[in-house]
Ligand binder design. Structure first.
Ligand code: G3H
Length: 482
């Protein structure tokens, strides 16, 4: 979708295969093809966004708030009619189970409505005048320019739209490139984008990052880089921009969220939350629990019950009832997870659950590894997949020191009962991460809450409310009493 047109593509295409099959034996299923775009098409998309923004004088950045909202409402109404198609593609392309795929769609629709509401409130607030020291001010928020959005494969709809929707509604013009997996599911929505917004406001292109995103950044006319993914891609794209130090960035990056289970924790609750935190969508969430610290007094009991519960999780195709574990979209992921397991075993850990490490071609059953130590790759790397490192601690300083030392700082889960122990710990933890989940696993939602991270985990904040601010700048008109 470039310059308001769904371009017919006559060049080379890439095939999109499903990672899942309708039988229990794995086989690749061709789902469709996507154009293999190159630099020329990427720059066409950039030119279209630049033209539509027209240095802030274009139709979209100067449009009245109510009219921009009307366009967004038109879009979301049309989007809702595509639910079944998009949900099916979410299951087939990235292997997300039915309940979570439906949730992703519905959450995205809700996100758009919440954005419209917050934007309406922002507009109401900007109608108020402020007065300080004899100077009256009419403060409002304006767009930043051209935004390049890159979304992740694990939430190809929801997280992508958490960038795209606020960027659009604030009056910016956009170029969006989906991740390698979860591409076809945008096709049913292209027409809705095309006929809801003026041409050039939303441009959607397919292709490899280095082929299409790099030339766009190198050109120097992108004002905002919005990316959810990994630091390597973010750094590479930032570095080729000729004014990289002036570039606004909205980034959601890696995390290694720990759970800390204190000795007085409600063990049933801690175990079920740690199961959800480590295994939902096979651990392919930036908010997943990626290392568990359990007090040494309860470690044996925890390991026994936790492992049994992991083994009881059902593996199946995404539409099968009760399937919690599903095939992995990245073909190399099982081998990578196996490497982490082998490294941990070599350095003294054991797989403590019966089914841990069992593989099929596109899956590896979550291995619970214990005792994990800091020299192991599974501790050092963000696994983003089904493997669960467990460590025990005697002194709370140990997990706290590890968190302070870590390059990441998104969230933590803390399990315990005694408020006298918890209160000072919470005070310490909020300065190490951005969200402390008390007796619950880590998560991003509800989307009205700030979603961000310290250190290498994020740049800027992405709640409904904050994202509108991340994609805009405060401007004002001042007048004196005279
Ligand atoms: O991959 C990172 C996502 O932001 C996780 O979101 O906590 O809603 O699954 P979630």
């Amino acid at each position: 979708l470039v310059d308001g047109e769904l371009k017919k593509w006559t060049g080379q295409t890439s095939e999109v295969y499903s990672t899942i099959s309708s039988t229990s034996t794995y086989q690749k299923t061709l789902l469709g093809t996507i154009p293999t775009l190159g630099e020329t098409e990427a720059l066409d998309a950039l030119n279209s966004a630049v033209k539509a923004y027209d240095k802030g004088q274009g139709l979209w950045p100067t449009m009245k708030v109510v009219d921009r909202i009307a366009c967004m409402e038109k879009f979301v109404e049309q989007m809702k009619t595509k639910r079944e198609e998009v949900v099916k593609l979410l299951m087939w392309e990235i292997g997300k189970n039915l309940a979570d795929s439906e949730k992703e769609f519905d959450r995205t629709v809700e996100y758009i409505y919440d954005t419209i509401e917050d934007y309406t409130q922002m507009d109401r607030d900007s109608a108020k005048f402020e007065k300080h020291d004899g100077v009256n001010a009419h403060i409002r928020r304006g767009p930043l320019g051209v935004v390049l959005c890159l979304g992740p494969y694990n939430y190809p709809l929801n997280e992508t739209f958490a960038l795209l929707i606020p960027a659009i509604i604030m009056g910016n013009t956009t170029i969006f490139k989906p991740a390698k997996f979860g591409v076809l599911l945008l096709s049913p929505l292209l027409e809705a984008f095309r006929n809801s917004f003026p041409k050039g406001v939303v441009n959607i292109i397919y292709g490899r990052g280095r082929t299409v995103a790099s030339p766009i950044m190198k050109d120097g006319r992108v004002d905002v880089l919005a990316l959810i993914g990994n630091s390597k891609s973010a750094n590479a794209l930032q570095s080729v921009h000729p004014k990289s130090n002036r570039l606004r960035m909205v980034l959601g990056l890696e995390a290694k969220n720990p759970a800390i289970v204190l000795k007085d924790a409600d063990l049933d609750l801690a175990i079920s939350e740690c199961i959800a935190g480590t295994t939902s969508f096979n651990g392919q969430r930036c908010t997943a629990l990626k290392v568990l610290y359990v007090h040494e007094d309860i470690i044996d009991e925890f390991n026994k019950r936790f492992s049994e519960k992991v083994d009881a999780l059902k593996f199946g195709n995404p539409w099968e009832e009760g399937a919690k574990l599903t095939p992995l979209p990245e073909p190399d992921k099982p081998a990578y997870i196996q490497e982490l397991i082998d490294d941990a075993l070599e350095k003294g850990a054991k797989i403590i659950n019966k089914k841990g490490g069992e593989t099929t071609e596109n899956y590896i059953f979550p291995a619970v590894l214990y005792p994990v130590t800091k020299n192991m790759r599974v501790y050092q790397e963000e696994q983003f997949g089904p493997v669960i490192p467990v460590m025990s601690f005697s002194d709370i300083e140990q997990p706290l020191d590890d968190m302070a030392e870590s390059n990441y700082g998104q969230q933590v889960s803390l399990f315990g009962k005694d408020i006298k122990t918890l209160a000072p710990l919470i005070d310490t933890l909020v300065n190490l991460v951005c969200r402390v989940n008390l007796n619950s696993s880590c998560q991003r939602g509800p989307d009205v809450y700030p979603f961000t991270g310290r250190k290498d985990s994020a740049v800027a904040t992405l709640s409904v409310h904050d994202a509108l601010r991340s994609f805009s700048i405060r401007t004002f008109v001042a007048s004196k009493d005279n």
